[in-house]
Design a protein. Sequence first.
Lengths: 433, 437
Amino acid sequence: MSANPFHLAWFGAGGFGVKSWNKTWSGRGGRDWASPQLWVDIAQALERARFDYIIIEDSSYVPDAYGSNSKAYLSSATATPKMDPTVLAPIMSHLTSRIGIVPTLSVTEYHPYMLARKINTLDHMSNGRTGWNIVTSSSHRAAQNYGKDLLEEHDLRYDIADEFFDVSCRLWESWDADAVTLDADHGVWADYEKVHTIDFEGKFFKVRGPLNAPQSPQGRPVFTQAGGSARGKQFAARTANSVISGVEGGPAAMKRFRDDIRAQATGYGRDPDDVKVLFMASPVVGETDEEAQAKRARQVAFAEAHPELGLLHLSRHSGIDFAQFPLDEPIPDTAKTNGHQQMLAQAIGKTPREFLRKSLSTMEFVGSPDTVAAKMEEVMAEVGGDGFLIANFDLNRRYVSEIADGLVPALQRRGLTRTEYTHSRFRDNLLEF
Amino acid sequence: MSARPFHLGWFYSKGFGPKAWKHQWAGPKSAVARFTKPDTAVELARAMERACFDYFMIEDSSNVPYTYQGSHHAYLRHSVDTPKLDPTVLAPYLIAATEKLGIVVTCSTTEYHPFMLARKMNTLDHVSEGRIGWNVVTGSNDGGAQNYGRDKQYPHDERYDRADEFLEVAHGLWAGWEPDALVLDLEKGVFADGDKVHPLHHEGRYYRSRGPLSAPRSPQGSPVICQAGGSARGQAFAGRWAETIIASASTPERMKAYRDNVRATAAAHGRDPDQIKILFLVSPTVDETRERAEDRYRRSLEIDDNEVEYQLASLSRQSGIDFSQFPMDEPLPDTLVSNGHQSMVAQWQGRVLADVIRGNPLNSGSNAFVGTADDVAAHMDEVMQEVGGDGFLLVNSYFSRRYVTEVCDGLVPELQRRGLTRTAYEHDHLRDNLMAF
Ligand SMILES: Cc1cc2nc3c(=O)[nH]c(=O)nc-3n(C[C@H](O)[C@H](O)[C@H](O)COP(=O)(O)O)c2cc1C
Ligand SMILES: Cc1cc2nc3c(=O)[nH]c(=O)nc-3n(C[C@H](O)[C@H](O)[C@H](O)COP(=O)(O)O)c2cc1C
């Protein structure tokens, strides 16, 4: 490998729900979306390409932010339906052998004991290949499904996450690694002195413990986290093994983000090399550079012809109903939201169409596999590491194959990504370089 | 089939955890050490499907018990109901390994929020293409509650009041997407019709949930509801909600009385009693000759000191009463009561503790099914004729692979020959197979 190999992971955007369903390469995506088969195929392709991990995104509500009802989301299958990722993860683990499987679970929806137990079971069954994408949820609708009036305030959610993380780790370590003796001759199944209650009483949670299952192969799962705010980054620097980032502004901004996470991790007494920062990328690859560029141009044209599809996402993430503003008139400074203040501030003065166009122009990797591989190498050299999180919002099998069988071999030829898994456990592979 | 065929289920007791380990037929140690892997459960599921069972029920509880002697010592030493891994993670493996068998998962209404439970069951039903059931339990051990932030369980009857509302919310969520809400119009680009997806806005005494669920109606609409309440309040709950009840009773008369009572309760709730299938626990001993089976059965009743401690720890967990405080050879006090499994504890009042431990009601007197496959099949037929229905739930406390084949490849073919159990699945969904006769 080159002096600075990097990591690859996949972001299963849209979660266990409808992927591409009415486009050219959708196949039977509209009918078969509730089958785990597509995810199994993706995980196997990524394993072939030696990816570190795949995240199953999640949220647990039917959005109605745009136009104040769920009609547009349901008719376009945007961010809904989404089924439970903890049901999908075991099936993916079962049919793969090396790749890390990372379901998304929210600290404002689970109780720590239930979450710790499910993750422990997953890690046992996957032979140490389980991760947890830690989220705090971001929609009042999810909170209302779980009996609350409103979601807890932003920074408070991270306080909850901090305590949740601490309780869970204590549960995962409540059985010493050698507690199970299986001594059939003396009839001693486990050594009770090596199993400990945790008697945790915090601000938010109270848990006696121990967990009712032995320590799993990795002990703790691999933690991934995507906090972008100051408080979110602080949480990620303390807890995450892999921070996933959608930071905008090109390599300079990426480098700043990574340096910041690493500095904060050091502040927590951690080795910054134990936190792998992966950046979102949606490469567009084709046989030639021209073909890839033409493909990208068609995608942009489609997005511009259907601005509402983009605004559905922006409305859901921000809590701002973009349907209320005419597409080509500047958003007035009297507009209000009880959601994302910062995002609204950025939108004021722009027309919805302009605002949307800006969100489309993220870092572009467009070209033949070789061109894109070279560009990725260049960006990583500038940023310093640690790799990319591939995501595609109109996901189909053809795209997966273009990445796994086209782009990745080009990266491997340059010595940029792994050609074999060195270890059997997810964390060991992630921290290998 | 005979005039009165019956149903078969399997109770995967001790949940997703160690099975036989120091016992005969446990297998090589390298296999025993794989108790955190799906191996034995997957093999059992495949064997059951071969024998056309209705469903595989995964037991569960969520703490390391410490009722006996106030310590988790005995529980860990003998592996008494601990450890148990999460059954909702095992279920997808069983789904992937089978095509027709029903998979029933135990989840507690005092641990889950209704939205989370409803969502998981909906996903499981989608992924299994309509083969999921939910064994509704309310939690009975304070140690379980203490892992979830409470000091003790809610009082027994209140747990069922909560469970009633929990079921109302869950069914409301499952009904939130109309069956034809998915449009799938590829040309117009319309996936689903927002007018056919409804929030629930439930505001009750114990729960609130807005809804709708974040996924469409699943193949069965809702999981098959399985329940095991034995107390009066538990039976009332089962009469209202259950589609299959798993019960233990020590004689055919008691089985019949139990069944008649549940059916009457169901009728009082305006339900068709035939829509509830009651399966009774049995643990047959089947061997090549009657003598060998009887010999095996006799030996299974001999219990050593380790086994006594095992049984005492187990009773303590289930009842919440520390049985180390009672002498072995004196009658238990008449005042013995439990906030846990009430019906069970009521049966022990005044009985000598040593007898309670020895006389496993599942497996004694007229409920000991012992003999050749032919003997046992005839005995099961007889009991079912007397009780009126609806079938049996197999259980093997020291589960071994050998026992599985004895039942699935020995006993069941004999039942099938007599026309007592199905020889092929008629339907794709668990509920349809369960209600087929
Ligand atoms: C790559 C990436 C993946 C994310 N995945 C999820 C997810 O699956 N579920 C979710 O609720 N939020 C997800 N988020 C949102 C983050 O958890 C977080 O709320 C967001 O980045 C805003 O950061 P902040 O919480 O620090 O304000 C994701 C964000 C990013 C950048
Ligand atoms: C066959 C059978 C299986 C049971 N499985 C479980 C189980 O998996 N988890 C659990 O907490 N309780 C289980 N129970 C206990 C019942 O849910 C219930 O608490 C018990 O039968 C006492 O009835 P009551 O609640 O009406 O007093 C089971 C009971 C029986 C008879």
